[in-house]
Unconditional design. Structure first.
Length: 261
């Protein structure tokens, strides 16, 4: 590991990415400069390692907290991973099917669902991501690190949270979906794990985000930076509010904290 001076964690959607879910040229240049300044840029996202690798292709980013802290990598080396037991997945499937909600199960490299629904299609359209393949056996044949539950009925969220209070943590991360991870796992837990495993607690840490699932990430770093497109609630938990993700907010925030010249 290089002798880094600081760690900077970036959410993807609504933060590092543009409206087409791509890393814009100005953010690519900012990341290059961070690496030249001996500052480690890391992604912190609910997305899978496969999706993250596709998004960051061509950039110097080689470190990430993925699947909301379930699968974590630094300098292309896996630092920690947390598989969900099959029994727990099957119990969640029973409830979700009874409520008419589908699930997608994520490994580090791919994802699949038993059946598709309109809510599922809306989520992947929103993320500019391919739909899951259909497979009734996928979750039985692979290690699963995160489950996506597709539901537009937020009134039913509490049903899941109460039923699986001792098993899962649920993140409502879009109007169409909830990310489901093991109890206690989150971007915050993943960041803390990386810092502890690599013995980097002495370094200053920063995080850029825009969503409710970034609040835990904000708690895990020294300096939390909200995008201007974030909600008032998210902004209230930040140390600083930068410009919008569509208005060069990443570089503006990095320059404010003198991480870029």
């Amino acid at each position: 590991m290089n002798n880094y001076k600081a760690l900077v964690f970036f959410d993807l959607d609504g933060t590092l990415l543009d409206a087409d879910s791509k890393i814009p040229k100005e953010n690519h240049q900012a990341i290059l400069q961070l690496k030249k300044n001996n500052i480690l840029p890391l992604i912190a996202s609910g997305r899978s390692p496969k999706e993250i690798k596709q998004i960051i292709k061509g950039t110097p980013i080689d470190s990430y907290v993925s699947l909301n802290g379930q699968f974590n990598v630094v300098e292309n080396e896996v630092t920690s991973k947390h598989a969900i037991p099959l029994k727990q997945i099957q119990e969640l499937m029973v409830l979700s099917e009874s409520l008419g909600h589908s699930l997608a199960c994520y490994t580090e490299a791919e994802y699949a669902t038993c059946y598709s629904t309109a809510s599922m299609e809306k989520l992947y359209c929103l993320d500019h991501a391919p739909l899951p393949k259909i497979s009734a056996e996928f979750h039985k044949e692979h290690e699963i690190y995160m489950v996506y539950l597709f539901s537009e009925d937020e009134g039913k969220d509490l049903v899941y949270r109460e039923k699986f209070a001792d098993t899962f943590t649920f993140f409502r991360d879009s109007p169409y979906s909830m990310a489901v991870v093991l109890k206690g796992r989150s971007k915050k837990a993943g960041i803390q794990e990386i810092i502890k495993i690599l013995d980097l607690a002495h370094l200053p840490t920063y995080a850029f985000g825009d969503g409710n699932n970034d609040l835990g990430m904000f708690e895990a770093v020294n300096t939390a930076i909200a995008m201007d497109n974030a909600s008032a609630h998210v902004k209230s938990h930040a140390d600083y509010v930068t410009k919008s993700h569509l208005n060069d907010g990443i570089r503006f925030g990095l320059k404010h904290f003198e991480l870029l010249k």
